[in-house]
Design a protein around this ligand. Structure first.
Ligand SMILES: [Zn+2]
Length: 131
């Protein structure tokens, strides 16, 4: 299952504000294709409805590595420890509103990954194990 939400995006080229569907939660076991796209670091691609400019949104994605007890938030912009603490906070909020995550939330390891190479490593490891 892929969790999406719609956000307002402001085009960096023409200033047009439009709504875009973004992925904020990916389940490795159920949505492997999106998981693979994560390896490129460019999963949230949007296109301006007016001038057609393509943008990649700089936002975190929650990745569930089930059946491994690991949940990763991938956010390249969260370099500081303050930003990572903030992510942990928003993760807690996501868990609170997601039944599946709520069930496993107690015993899983939560990790903030900011480095794409590190994320690739985790995905490759998972693929070797389960796919
Ligand atoms: Zn535009």
């Amino acid at each position: 299952m892929v969790g999406t939400s719609s956000v307002e995006v402001k085009c960096t080229k023409c200033g047009n504000v439009y709504e875009a569907q973004v992925i904020d939660h990916v389940d490795m076991s159920q949505d492997f294709e999106t998981a693979k796209a994560l390896k490129t670091g460019k999963v949230n691609r949007t296109q301006c409805s007016k001038c057609k400019k393509v943008m990649f949104l700089d936002r975190g994605v929650v990745i569930n590595f089930e059946p491994d007890p690991l949940i990763v938030v991938f956010d390249p912009s969260a370099k500081s420890s303050g930003a990572q603490a903030e992510l942990k906070q928003s993760y807690d909020n996501i868990v609170r509103f997601n039944e599946t995550l709520q069930e496993v939330g107690e015993e899983v390891q939560f990790k903030v990954v900011t480095d794409l190479e590190q994320l690739k490593g985790l995905i490759d490891e998972y693929v070797k194990k389960y796919k």
